[in-house]
Write a protein that binds this ligand. Structure first.
Ligand code: SAM
Length: 311
């Protein structure tokens, strides 16, 4: 299988992380190892790269790709939500930088058997971590109508969430919905014809929503940012790339609240709540891909990079 993943905003990440040759860096979303390889190229023999991925296949691939690097490497198959414990075990003196390139990689999306794509027929799965119990099949066939509608509306920002959820419930009352293409057809039939012809594939938003639900992608983000900041040395950098507005909003707001956590009424002349800033936001506006990258990498279109520094 020759599947490719092109790393987004690579130079911008390296610059944003402000890499020191002897520093310790975490790539919390190892994926195809592209960002990690670039980070390692800036590290000397004393530098350390800790690569985390919850997907066993991604971890193996990345390990192979990083075989020749000169810095030390540590590979951890885990969810980055467990960052605090991983840092305690592998870098008790804390780290100089953390990168999170959120979401799924192209090779996960393109691997037909993983069931992420509505373009090919596969069992409904969508798990990044195959040790996990809940799959897309479970969400689609077992969630009640209200929960299904909520997932599709919230995580897919889909205006036809109610109709889609009803069509799914109606279809599965006859026989279980087994495959990606069966689900895509049901979603398509739920969307009124005139809206089907414009914009992206009619199943795109619902597939995104189910994937986010299966992998609990948004629930863990706020806490992860907090734990990541606690894991950084003073002056250490946190770089996060998001791919849709839901993720980006969470990161933007979390950064803001860590930079300005004070809860005193605005007319108080001095802070009495005692809550102090733990970060300085480096990117007032998110960094987005330039024209050249946009032309060569479609995934870069929706990527936004936000960088913060631990103070
Ligand atoms: C967009 S890809 C990263 C690509 C990588 N930066 C590169 O240059 O090749 C995201 C990767 O993060 C992993 N991932 C996503 N959420 C995760 C989480 N909560 N914990 C651990 N790994 C996660 C996915 O399995 C996937 O391999």
């Amino acid at each position: 299988m020759d599947l490719k993943h092109e790393s987004v905003l690579l130079d911008e990440c390296l610059e944003g992380l402000d890499i020191k040759a002897d520093g310790v860096y975490i790539d919390g979303t190892l994926g195809g190892g592209g960002h990690s390889l670039a980070i390692c190229s800036k590290l000397g023999k004393e530098g350390v790269l800790i690569g985390i991925d919850q997907d066993a296949y991604a971890l193996e691939r990345a390990k192979q790709r990083l075989l020749g690097v000169t810095c030390k490497t540590v590979f951890v198959r885990d969810n980055f939500r467990n960052m605090a414990a991983i840092v305690e075990q592998h870098a008790p003196d804390k780290v100089d930088g953390i990168l999170l390139d959120l979401g799924v990689s192209s090779f996960q999306l393109d691997d037909v058997d993983r069931g992420f794509s509505y373009h090919n027929t596969a069992k409904l799965d969508m798990r990044m971590d195959d040790r996990q119990r809940i799959t897309a099949y479970h969400v689609v066939n077992e969630y009640d109508l209200a929960s299904l509608e909520k997932v599709i509306r919230q995580y897919g920002e889909e205006k036809f969430a109610k109709r889609i959820a009803s069509f799914i419930v109606e279809a599965r009352s006859k026989k279980p919905i087994d495959t990606t293409t069966q689900l895509a057809e049901i979603i398509k039939s739920a969307i009124p014809a005139k809206f089907r012809r414009v914009g992206p594939h009619p199943a795109r938003r619902t597939f995104q929503a189910i994937r986010i639900e299966v992998n609990q992608e948004l629930e863990i983000l706020e806490q992860t940012v907090e734990d990541a900041v606690k894991s950084l040395k003073t002056g250490g950098r946190l770089a996060i790339i998001t791919f849709h507005s839901l993720e980006d909003r969470i990161i933007k707001n979390k950064y803001k609240s860590l930079q300005n956590p004070c809860t005193c009424p605005p007319d108080f002349p001095v802070c009495r709540c005692g809550k102090e800033a733990t970060i300085k936001i480096i990117t007032r506006k998110p960094i987005v891909a330039g024209q050249e990258e946009l032309e060569s990498n479609a995934r870069a279109r929706s990527a936004k990079l936000r960088i913060a520094e631990k103070i």
